[in-house]
Design a protein around this ligand. Structure first.
Ligand SMILES: *[C@@H]1O[C@H](CO)[C@@H](O)[C@H](O)[C@H]1NC(C)=O
Ligand SMILES: *[C@@H]1O[C@H](CO)[C@@H](O)[C@H](O)[C@H]1NC(C)=O
Ligand SMILES: *[C@@H]1O[C@H](CO)[C@@H](O)[C@H](O)[C@H]1NC(C)=O
Ligand SMILES: *[C@@H]1O[C@H](CO)[C@@H](O)[C@H](O)[C@H]1NC(C)=O
Ligand SMILES: *[C@@H]1O[C@H](CO)[C@@H](O)[C@H](O)[C@H]1NC(C)=O
Length: 300
């Protein structure tokens, strides 16, 4: 994991510089008071611990446990495809390292670190983690009960929504109602204090998240837009144009400011990579007072 540190450290420096250089720009109603850095952690069974990632004191830091998924192995045939469980979520992150005790240790009183879990993800047991719901009521009932238990057991603070595949019956309207009602119910129970979505530039994906945003956008604090899902030849001007497009699509009540920029640490990840101008683009957004936060997808 040591090779990740220079990139993440550089991102933290760029984010932290926002405090001094553009303090006024953070004052917009929907903007966080401090720069925000978020990292997905624990996917693909990688042996990563919270201690592998430096928590910079000048930055609010969110770890996002990846993933909680409403799928299970086929109980009668382990080589058959996994079975959707209609909103009954289970933990799929690296449970050996990312334990409730590790979360508690991270969140000491002086820490600016908070921890969320992400729902869905790309694949489960090698198959698409496709969003499936028998009905809105059934899915929401199961999801609220199972996730409230996981969030409480781990002492977590928020949820991120990262479904990337959708069934044919799971229309944008069905997805919006399921996820929107889930997030409202978790907030009402006091088990989360923030929520985000993680769309990327794909027509079916954008159609689903756009409907969720239209109906429930005010219930979400951040958009972890997957800028690393663009082609790997993305230039700085193209990146900034993508940022403008997605900020307009996912505008906040006060006119924007919820979209975070992102990079992948995997050499195979796409988008605008550190070393190819990512931090230059961040500094340009910061200069414009529009750098609201950075997140990173760590893949070892
Ligand atoms: C995982 O990390 C622990 C300690 O952090 C180490 O003892 C163990 O060997 C590692 N396992 C793998 C598969 O890398
Ligand atoms: C599990 O696999 C068996 C045999 O391959 C199949 O008949 C069954 O329908 C599967 N179960 C579910 C819930 O899909
Ligand atoms: C188990 O699932 C695999 C893959 O779907 C299938 O080829 C195999 O026939 C199944 N076995 C049984 C006993 O149903
Ligand atoms: C997984 O989903 C994508 C679209 O999201 C689809 O193109 C692909 O065929 C799916 N794969 C399988 C094995 O169903
Ligand atoms: C960038 O890559 C995409 C495919 O990933 C390709 O279609 C496009 O032509 C490339 N653009 C340039 C300027 O090389």
């Amino acid at each position: 994991m040591a090779s990740l540190h220079p990139l993440i450290a550089a991102a933290l420096v760029v984010a932290a510089a926002s405090t001094a250089a553009a303090a006024a720009s953070w004052a917009a109603p929907s903007s966080p008071a401090r720069p925000l850095f978020r990292e997905y952690i624990g996917a693909e069974g990688k042996n990563v611990t919270f201690a592998d990632v430096p928590v910079h004191p000048g930055v609010d830091f969110h770890f996002i446990l990846s993933f909680a998924i409403d799928y299970a192995a086929n109980a009668t045939n382990a080589s058959a495809p996994p079975v959707p469980t209609d909103g009954r979520f289970a933990v799929f992150w690296d449970e050996a390292n990312l334990t409730p005790a590790a979360v508690a240790a991270l969140k000491c009183p002086s820490s600016h670190a908070r921890v969320a879990l992400s729902l869905g993800g790309d694949t489960v047991f090698g198959a698409n983690a496709t969003f499936r719901a028998s009905s809105v009521d059934a899915w929401v009932g199961n999801a609220v009960a199972s996730l409230a238990a996981i969030l409480t057991r781990y002492g977590l603070d928020g949820v991120d929504v990262d479904y990337e595949h959708f069934g044919e019956r799971e229309t944008p309207e069905v997805f919006a109602e399921c996820v929107g009602r889930l997030v409202r119910a978790l907030r009402a129970r006091g088990v989360i204090s923030f929520a985000s979505i993680a769309p990327f530039a794909n027509p079916d994906v954008q159609a689903h998240y756009a409907e969720l945003w239209r109906r429930y956008g005010r219930d979400f604090d951040y958009v972890n837009f997957q800028f690393y899902a663009y082609p790997s030849n993305t230039t700085v001007p193209e990146f900034l144009a993508h940022y403008d497009e997605q900020s307009a699509r996912y505008a906040g009540a006060s006119g924007g400011g919820k979209v975070l920029v992102s990079f992948g640490t995997d050499p195979a990840s796409g988008g605008l990579r550190p070393g190819k101008g990512f931090f230059r683009a961040c500094r340009e957004l910061r200069r414009q007072g529009r750098l609201h936060g950075i997140f990173c997808l760590g893949r070892g």
